[in-house]
Design a protein around this ligand. Structure first.
Ligand code: DMJ
Length: 646
């Protein structure tokens, strides 16, 4: 018992100190028990008794004060009277470890830290609960109820193996060697960059979601919650495979087999996990035929399903992988879900139904499509925000960049993936693009075609780096467009590619800013400091690649090479590749993040740009929004699914 737990109280008439414990458990009182006190106490005068009583009562007050007002950790420290198990129930001492009351100072310190963190978390959770509306709480309760039912069902069921399904004929995986030596040289350089990015992550960030290439350690962002799920490994697998980096691929596969576990208490973004993890695992499965990738993709998909338990069936933006509780981003308009997030699930979910025979995935995404089809659209445009409780639009903002982008992309790709049988998706895409052209696409004074953003009734003449993917989308959708407008859409794709190239060319580093304006004499340049960064994004290079495939105009390879050289010159560091904070500065600072999409998309599109077209031909593969290729479904399969929709 530490001596500090006791205070000595001397009475002038006493020869020995009376030890009073500071805790409230054994406070002695002046009672007949005083008989055990030396006899001369009984002879104390009244005033002395009074003083003694006063001192004692002051002391009792002090004891209670200490108990109620001292910080939590100091209370715990003094309460080592056999109560540790009550106060610290969640900390189990490892076998052979000392009893907590004998822990060394630093162990105590870390215990206290843990307790404090737990308390803060509980307080935060309680606060968040209080902030939620009745509908949200109801949806949460519903989610939890369904989860309990599901768990009970599962306990009774013997896990079924996934049904065997015919593997689509995989073509164009091992080819792609360009004939021209100078192109081959460029392709080899991109492969070397991939190896540098991968090896650095392997060495410094292995198992973490991403890498901090300057600090040389792991990194993660809120889209992955507090998980450590090796996002870079999963995102990079198919790029490694296409580039013939087979040892690295095997290494990644082994990590996934041994470590990738989704039973974690982490709140993740449904969209990001879908496009990066499910998309990445499915592509790795289709390319390599290794069952483990399919099994992991399905395990993860099951964890995402509770996100759809909302009053409308429009999923929450985030879901806790363990509890299944979902919620939306605090910053989203009026508690809304985001168009580009709930609208970018179709490709992966259709494949999940194909591989598992479970109609749930297909039904969930078709339900979203049906609901959207019934809604009014201001000027034919889709707002970025939709409330999953009320089924009503939030703010009337429309964008082909952040918050909207891949919703349009997936309409087109749903049609392509279905071997062009999903004509409903194609029609929805065509109508949306027509409204976008009418309201958002303009030409600047200098003759640059740009796609602006619609905000509460007016056009903001600003375009994001993210929006640059649309050049490739227009080109990809040209074939099959209504009224024989294929030429028009290919031309539109070329104009967007040109504008985005200008946004790169007008910087010091020859790398594009996050957003650029077409206003007050400014053309394709960023104005605000917080829009001048480049974080290794792929969209401009993605458009170059699609334009190259459809036109074979050498300028696209030239532009791609300019970008690759700039990345190698300004973003490469000894520990990998980093984003830069200002593309207009000759001496930029780094953001110290190697994004997983750099390996999944940017380097893959560059590699494909310098490969021949027989590597991943577009007749057989459709790339998801994270550049993970999925094979086109047989038309027959899609026809069979029509009945699954109910
Ligand atoms: C990627 O994760 C995907 O392309 C997504 O659709 C939006 N953009 C990022 C990379 O910029």
């Amino acid at each position: 018992m530490p001596s500090s737990s006791y205070v000595s109280l001397f009475d002038s008439n006493m020869t020995t100190p009376a030890l009073l414990p500071l805790s409230g458990r054994r406070i002695p009182t002046l009672s007949p028990g005083a008989a055990s006190f030396p006899h001369h106490r009984a002879t104390l005068r009244l005033s002395e008794k009074f003083i003694l009583l006063l001192i004692l009562s002051a002391f009792i007050t002090l004891c209670f004060g200490a108990f109620f007002f001292l910080p939590d950790n100091s209370k715990h420290k003094r309460f080592d009277l056999g109560l540790e198990d009550v106060l610290i129930p969640h900390i189990e001492a490892p076998k052979g470890a000392k009893h907590p009351s004998f822990l060394q100072a630093e162990e105590e310190e870390s215990l206290r830290d843990k307790i404090r963190v737990d308390h803060e978390r509980a307080l935060q959770e309680a606060k968040e609960k209080l902030r939620k509306s009745r509908d949200e709480l109801r949806a949460e309760i519903q989610t939890e109820k369904s989860k309990v039912v599901e768990d009970l069902k599962k306990k009774k069921e013997v896990p079924k193996p996934l049904p065997p399904v015919p593997m689509p004929k995989v073509v164009g995986v091992n080819d792609g060697d360009p004939v021209e030596p100078d192109v081959k040289e460029k392709r080899d350089k991109i492969r070397e960059m991939m190896k540098h990015a991968w090896d650095s992550y392997r060495q410094y960030g292995w198992g973490h979601n991403e890498l901090k290439p300057l600090a040389k350690k792991g990194h993660s962002t809120n889209i992955f919650g507090n998980s450590q799920m090796g996002a870079t490994i999963v995102d990079a697998l198919d790029s490694l495979y296409m580039m013939g980096l087979h040892d690295e691929f095997k290494d990644g596969q082994e990590w996934i087999e041994q470590n990738l576990d989704f039973s974690v208490n982490a709140e993740v973004s449904v969209f990001e996990v879908n496009i990066r993890f499910i998309g990445g695992l499915l592509a790795a499965y289709y390319l390599s035929g290794q069952e483990v990738f399919k099994v992991k993709a399905v395990q993860l998909a099951e964890k995402l399903l509770p996100a759809f338990n909302t009053p409308t069936g429009i999923p929450w933006a985030m879901v806790n992988l363990k509890s299944g509780v979902g919620r939306n981003w605090g910053w989203a308009s009026a508690g809304s879900s985001i168009l580009a997030e709930f609208g970018t699930l179709h490709m992966e979910f259709v494949h999940l139904t194909y591989l598992t025979g479970n109609p749930a995935y297909y039904q969930k995404v078709m339900h979203i499509r049906k609901l959207l089809a019934k809604m009014d659209r201001p000027n034919g445009l889709y707002p970025n925000y939709l409330n999953p409780r009320t089924g009503r639009w939030g703010q009337h903002h429309t964008s082909v960049g952040g918050l909207g982008d891949s919703f349009y992309e997936y309409l087109l790709k749903a049609w392509l993936m279905s071997d062009k049988t999903d004509t409903e998706a194609r029609k929805t895409y065509d109508d949306a693009i027509e409204a976008i052209e009418r309201h958002l696409i303009r030409k600047s004074n200098g003759g640059l075609t740009f796609i602006g953003e619609w905000k509460n009734g007016h056009l903001e003449r600003k375009m994001g780096h993210l929006t640059c993917f649309a050049g490739g989308m227009f080109a990809l959708g040209a074939d099959g467009s209504p009224d024989a407008k294929a030429g028009h859409y290919l031309q539109l794709g070329a104009e967007i590619a040109h504008t985005c190239h200008e946004s790169y060319d007008r910087t010091v580093l020859k790398l594009g800013p996050e957003a650029f304006k077409f206003d007050s004499g400014l053309e394709a340049v960023a104005v605000r400091q917080n829009e001048k960064y480049y974080i290794l994004r792929p969209e401009v290079i993605e458009t170059y690649w699609y334009m190259w495939r459809f036109t074979h105009d050498p300028k696209y390879r030239q532009w791609g090479w300019e970008a690759a050289q700039a990345i190698d010159k300004y973003c490469r560091v000894s520990g990998g590749f980093s984003g830069v904070k200002d593309v207009y500065s000759s001496n930029p600072t780094y953001d110290d993040v190697q994004q997983s999409f750099f390996l999944a998309e940017t380097l893959k599109y560059l590699y494909l740009l310098f490969s021949s077209d027989d590597l991943m031909p577009l007749e057989s593969w459709v790339f998801n929004t994270e550049a993970h290729p999925l094979p086109k479904e047989r038309a027959q399969t899609i026809v069979e699914w029509r009945g699954l929709e109910q």
